[in-house]
Write a protein that binds this ligand. Structure first.
Ligand code: PEP
Ligand code: MG
Length: 755
């Protein structure tokens, strides 16, 4: 059917001329059906569009009764046209009337037509309408004609999405335009609230030029871009820090497979053959593939639709000559970054003064990106199903990192409620800042030392910002988790020295590697375990494979030359483990002395107390440690046998239960009796009400996240220890689930500031 008139490229050129005319959208549509009918030597060409509610309406026709335009309607899936839309795939029938789906619409006069070819008008995998051609004779339309109709459909999709034919409101109902407010619930991973403009981590490249001047040029452009894409993916797959870049090896292997799929390339080249530019060809093939995959019942296949979207988008970026750097330029003043998943390195590429929050379809509290977001104080919510199907760049969004919610295109009421909340937070921060240098002293004169939990170099400026007295817990595994390979001796020494430098004489307690369990290194193999939290982790790994910890201790001893070194060990469950760990530290101290290295002024060794068994070994333990630090996060999960990462158990047991508080009191009393410093470094220490309870039990050192320092200090400065003690201690024998509510009411009555 490739007559001069039927040449698809001629058809496209004419189409381009029509699209450029300054006539109404309806007039253009009328001209298009006439053009197609003429080009394909068809008696009929009609265009149906999806209306609100999902019905297809005849919008333009050449050959059917014109009076049926805007009257004839087909239900979803009704007739051949409905079938094409419902399945988002073309039909090419030489005997349409014998097809079981054939539906007769008397007003159109179509019963005399035998053959029918129709293609869906697709955008983002959604059918917006159908183009159909019909002939009186029994004929099967050529593949080239089907292709040409699909190409025209793509141009029409843009015209429809612009809102000229169907109002934007109605498009919204069909799911084509996304204008409505939308609220998603996910997992709250890093706290905080933000209002800003959505930016997509890998934004869709907008295809401006659809119709090609010269197909050979387009094919050559496609070949070059595919080559670049393949080599980019090879580099990514083979790169050792690939996991850190946010893509798992498996996903990237699948990408490599798709990128090398000859069928995909053939479809792209075919699409160019119909007169499209390389970019438009990528978009068309992608839209069709997406439509197919989205209808698959297998969730694995639906998931692959996202991979293919990403791949197509990468190819479009190569065609547009965009570098990855270009992605990070021109951030809006307040940016809400939306992505399926991302790695910590990706996050660090964005301008931190403008990046206000992150929302991910994937992401877990222990993912590397979560660790970095928390360190940067950027709210992050994860596990938001369907987010990318709704979010468009430029949308206004509110992220609530406390409730784990994102509001896309929020109503003015939501925006004003959150603006008020942000103002309040800013006011409080200003207030805390005023008290930055004021001591954390209770009204009856008890001084509490507030310290920070840290783990990355980016945490260190928080020391000055919060006025904290030092670092009570430096989680050394975090830098290991976000770097590309195992850090060598000199890099570790540099890092620990930098931490001590920036602490400017304030005390720092380094904790040795707490690996295993949920803290995995991409470059180190851990066998899968049935109960990772109870498994081969932390000190157990360090004692079984001592070389890693010895290097770490060597680096710490070297870094602390001329100053004090405090080291503690994680997950100690019995005194003997501490004794062995301390012996390794001693060996490193002696080694440094033997080599004549500059030495720390003093070396202190302590233990985390996060395994309950240690609470019954306090007498022999306290003879051997310089200090104890209570890790309430792990302690809670072992104390109550309740997985700390299981959201279903999140509220089940309370840190303010009489049993847990009594256990802590017993540890504090023993430490005080032995004159050994005691610190709490679990999350409990950073919550004002819990901090008050700990102080009532006798704790004086609390180590917490930077944002907790202000609220905890306010509570302390308005509290009286003697009253707190008198209130709490007699209640430790109560049989209740928690003392939280009683304590809160008491604190309020006493005029204690709780936020
Ligand atoms: C704890 O368990 O309370 C603790 C501080 O350590 P982490 O949270 O790193 O396990
Ligand atoms: Mg722990």
């Amino acid at each position: 059917m490739a007559t001069a008139a039927g040449n698809p490229r001629v058809l496209l050129r004419r189409l381009r001329d029509i699209m450029a005319e300054r006539t109404s959208a309806q007039e253009r549509l009328d001209r298009i059906v006439t053009l197609i009918a003429g080009n394909m030597v068809a008696e009929v060409c009609s265009i149906y569009l999806v209306r609100a509610g999902g019905e297809l309406e005849l919008f333009a026709t050449e050959g059917l009764n014109k009076s049926a335009v805007h009257k004839t309607r087909l239900k979803k899936g009704e007739g051949l046209v409905g079938d094409i839309a419902a399945h988002a795939r073309p039909l090419n029938l030489s005997d349409a009337q014998s097809h079981p789906k054939f539906a007769y619409k008397p007003e159109t006069g179509e019963e005399i037509y035998q053959s029918l070819m129709g293609v869906p008008i697709l955008r983002d995998g959604l059918a917006l309408g159908v183009i159909v051609v019909q002939n009186k004779t029994h004929r099967l339309y050529e593949e080239e004609e089907v292709e040409a109709a699909q190409t025209i459909a793509m141009v029409l999709a843009e015209m429809i999405a612009s809102g000229d034919l169907i109002s934007p409101n109605e498009l919204e109902e069909t799911g084509i335009r996304r204008d409505r407010p939308w609220r998603f619930r996910g997992a709250a991973i890093a706290e905080g609230v933000a209002i800003g403009e959505v930016i997509l981590h890998a934004p869709r490249v907008k295809v401006e030029r659809l119709i090609a001047e010269d197909p050979d040029v387009e094919r050559a452009r496609l070949d070059t871009a595919v080559k670049q894409l393949r080599s980019q993916i090879d580099t990514l797959v083979d790169h050792e820090d690939m996991e850190l870049l946010g893509d798992t090896k498996e996903v990237m292997e699948a990408y490599r497979m798709f990128a090398n799929d000859s069928g995909w390339l053939a479809r792209l080249r075919e699409a160019i053959g119909t007169g499209l530019t390389a970019e438009a060809a990528v978009e068309r093939v992608q839209s069709e593939t997406r439509a197919r995959l989205m209808r698959a019942t297998d969730p694995y296949l639906r998931e692959r639709a996202h991979d293919l979207d990403d791949l197509a988008n990468r190819l479009l970026r190569h065609l547009a000559g965009l570098t990855e750097d270009g992605l990070h330029a021109n951030l809006p003043e307040s940016a809400i970054l939306v992505a399926r998943a991302m790695g910590p390195a990706d996050l660090l590429d964005y301008d931190r003064t403008r990046l206000k929050a992150v929302a991910l379809e994937e992401g877990s509290p222990t993912s590397h990106v979560a660790i970095v977001a928390r360190a940067l104080g950027i709210p992050l919510i994860g596990r938001i199903d369907g987010l990318l199907d709704q979010a468009d760049a430029g949308n206004l969004a509110v992220v609530d990192g406390e409730r784990g919610e994102i509001h896309l295109r929020p109503t003015p009421e939501i925006v004003s409620a959150y603006s008020a909340k942000l103002t309040l937070i800013a006011q409080r921060e200003q207030e805390f800042a005023q008290y930055k240098d004021a001591p954390a002293v209770t009204t009856d004169g008890r001084t509490i030392t507030l310290l920070l939990n840290a783990g990355l170099a980016i945490d260190l400026p928080h020391l000055d910002e919060t006025g904290a007295a030092g670092i009570g817990l430096f989680r050394t595994e975090l830098p290991f988790m976000i770097t590309q390979r195992l850090m060598g001796l000199s890099r570790q020494t540099e890092l620990y020295a930098r931490v001590l430098d920036e602490a400017k004489g304030r005390p720092v307690t380094f904790r040795t590697l707490d690996l295993g369990g949920d803290k995995q290194l991409p470059y180190m193999h851990f066998d899968p375990e049935e109960n990772p939290a109870l498994g081969w982790r932390a000190i157990r790994v360090s004692l079984d494979r001592p070389h890693l910890m010895r290097w770490q201790l060597r680096a710490m001893v070297a870094a602390a030359a001329g100053r004090e070194l405090s080291v503690m060990f994680p997950m100690i469950a019995e005194v003997e483990e501490f004794v062995q760990a301390r012996a390794l530290l001693q060996k490193e101290v002696e080694r440094a002395e033997r080599f004549g290295h500059a030495m720390p002024t003093r070396v202190r060794a302590g233990t985390m107390l996060e395994v309950p068994s240690l609470g019954w070994s306090l007498t022999p333990l306290l003879d051997r440690v310089d200090f104890i630090s209570l890790g309430t996060n792990d302690l809670m999960q072992f104390f109550f046998a309740s997985d700390r990462g299981n959201p279903r158990l999140g509220e089940r047991y309370d840190a303010l239960s009489p049993a847990f508080l009594r256990f802590i009191k017993q540890v504090i009393d023993a430490c005080n009796a032995a004159s050994k410093p005691f610190t709490v470094c679990g999350e409990m220490a950073g919550r004002p009400l819990e901090a008050l309870a700990l102080i009532a039990l006798g704790a004086v050192n609390l180590s917490m996240q930077p944002h907790a320092v202000g609220p905890v200090k306010m509570a302390i400065r308005t509290a009286r220890v003697s009253q707190l003690r008198n209130f709490l201690l007699p209640r430790l024998d109560s049989p209740g689930h928690t003392l939280r509510e009683d304590l809160r009411i008491f604190a309020e009555e006493q005029g204690i500031r709780l936020l």
